[in-house]
Design a protein around this ligand. Structure first.
Ligand SMILES: [Zn+2]
Length: 140
C-alpha cells in the first residue's frame, strides 16, 4: 500500500556458518542491518556462501535460495546481503577472490529470486577472532 509506513523493515543475510562471526561481541548482524538500512537481518548460514556458485554446490545453492525466498515472503524483506569473510574454511580462497565470488553470488541471488530491492555483496574483514569489520563490495 502506497504511503504505508513499515515499522519493521527487515533484511536477510546469506552468510557463513563460522561461529566467530556469530559471537555477541562481534555484532555482525547489527553491522549488516545498518549497512542495509534495516532494523535487523534474518540469517541463512552455510559454510563459505561466496563459493555456492561452484557446480559441485548446486544443491546447496538451490537450498539457500529456497530458504531466503521463504524468509523474504514471511517478513516482506526489503534488502538482502551475501556476506563472505576472510580466512573462511568453507571457501578457502584469497581475500581478492572472496570479493569476486561474493559479488557474483549477490548478483546471482538477485536474479534467482527476481528480488526487487537491493542485494549487497559484503566481506567481513579479519581484525582478530572476535573483531571483524564489514566491507561493502557492490550493490545489485
Ligand atoms: Zn567461513
Amino acid at each position: 500500500m502506497i504511503g504505508l509506513i513499515r515499522k519493521r523493515k527487515l533484511g536477510i543475510a546469506l552468510m557463513c556458518s563460522d561461529w566467530r562471526l556469530h559471537q555477541g561481541r562481534v555484532d555482525l548482524n547489527w553491522k549488516i542491518a545498518r549497512a542495509l538500512k534495516v532494523r535487523g537481518v534474518d540469517v541463512v548460514a552455510v559454510p563459505g556462501p561466496d563459493g555456492l556458485l561452484a557446480p559441485a554446490r548446486e544443491t546447496e545453492w538451490r537450498s539457500a535460495v529456497r530458504q531466503i525466498a521463504v524468509l523474504a515472503k514471511a517478513h516482506d524483506s526489503v534488502a538482502l546481503a551475501v556476506v563472505a569473510h576472510q580466512r573462511c574454511a568453507g571457501h578457502p580462497v584469497s581475500d581478492d577472490e572472496h570479493e569476486i565470488g561474493v559479488a557474483a553470488a549477490a548478483k546471482a541471488l538477485k536474479e534467482a529470486l527476481k528480488f526487487a530491492g537491493p542485494v549487497a555483496a559484503m566481506v567481513a574483514t579479519y581484525r582478530s577472532e572476535s573483531n571483524w569489520g564489514l566491507k561493502k563490495i557492490a550493490d545489485f
